[in-house]
Design a protein around this ligand. Structure first.
Ligand code: GTP
Length: 300
């Protein structure tokens, strides 16, 4: 067949990039087989081309570092236009739902990321039922999705359901506060809740361990269902299984966020620069303490 192709066709084929040629070969294979064996390829190609929708909710009292962590995780400043409120404004503010959407692309995979922020949550003098606007919002998204799925035009449904909620717990308390328990109990059946200990650099490792134990006990005591990581495949290698076990055991994750890049041991990393106020005796110059992590939720 090749030898019969016109010379200009062959030239075009040679000029095509290796990637285009590979894509064509993949298409030819898909054309040859009609069986269900090609389904994973087709679904994969279609999904990657279309991109994914992911909606992440962040909740927790004001100033716990929610926007900073979102910035650290996705390297995108979604809060550029944010207006900081005074204490009086915060007390009288009711819980709002704010959505920020951004399209990001990594290695050809497109992600439409929506961050649902809940300003005003937990800031009032009386916080009873302050999670109500949030549960209503989550329910509305389920209802909308159900309506769209039952409609005639199901091709381009926008999935606005909340897929995950990062719930920020204060590092300064002795565990969960009533508002934390109330929020998680109201949402745990509707959303995957990932509890996080915020600003973990404010605690020493021993304090973090104690706080984690306390939070785990309280989560059990109040019957809260937080997100459970899926089981690791039995055919994974031992190192991976060990890593997976450690990750699961370290929940609730202690996190530190940072918007600034600092230099440490010749490397530029995202981190927080602390004067060594906790050192004894105080050293003559500030010491660089690196805690954080690049792009990820840190487990201690
Ligand atoms: N020590 C420490 N400070 C942090 C951390 N993350 C954020 N901060 C600081 O805490 C302050 C508040 O951070 P934000 O990210 O604005 O907090 P927020 O929860 O989004 O606040 P609201 O928008 O009011 O709800 C800022 O001064 C941050 O620099 C952290 O991990 N450790």
């Amino acid at each position: 067949m090749d030898s019969l192709a016109a010379p200009q066709d062959r030239l075009v084929e040679q000029l095509l990039s290796p990637r285009t040629q590979a894509q064509r070969r993949l298409k030819d294979i898909d054309k040859q087989y009609v069986g269900f064996a090609t389904l994973p390829n087709q679904v994969h190609r279609k999904s990657v081309k279309k991109g994914f929708d992911f909606t992440l909710m962040v909740a927790g009292e004001s100033g716990l570092g929610k926007s900073t962590l979102v910035h650290s995780l996705f390297l995108t400043d979604l809060y550029k236009d944010r207006k900081l409120l005074s204490a009086e404004e915060r007390i009288s503010q009711t819980v709002e739902i704010l959505k920020h959407t951004v399209d990001i692309e990594e290695k050809g995979v497109k992600l439409k990321l929506t961050i649902v922020d809940t300003p005003g949550f937990g800031d009032a003098v009386n916080n009873s039922e302050c999670w109500k606007p949030i549960t209503d919002y989550v329910d509305q998204q389920f209802e909308q999705y159900f309506r769209d799925e039952s409609g005639l035009n199901r091709k381009n449904i926008q999935d606005n359901r909340v897929h995950c909620c990062l719930y920020f717990i204060s590092p300064f308390g002795h565990g969960l506060r009533p508002v934390d328990v109330g929020f998680m109990k109201a949402l745990h059946e509707k959303v995957n809740i990932v509890p996080l200990i915020a600003k973990a650099d404010c605690l020493v490792p021993g304090e973090i361990r104690k706080l984690k134990e306390r939070i785990r006990e309280e989560i059990d005591k109040f019957g809260i269902h937080v997100y459970q990581f899926p089981e690791c495949d039995s055919d994974e290698d031992e190192d991976f299984k060990q890593q997976d076990r450690e990750l699961k055991e370290s929940a609730p994750f202690a996190v530190i966020g940072s918007n600034t890049v600092v230099e440490a041991k010749g490397q530029r990393v995202r981190g927080r620069l602390h004067p060594s106020t906790r050192m004894n005796p105080p050293p003559p110059s500030p010491i660089l303490q690196f805690c954080l992590v690049v792009n990820a939720v840190l487990s201690w």
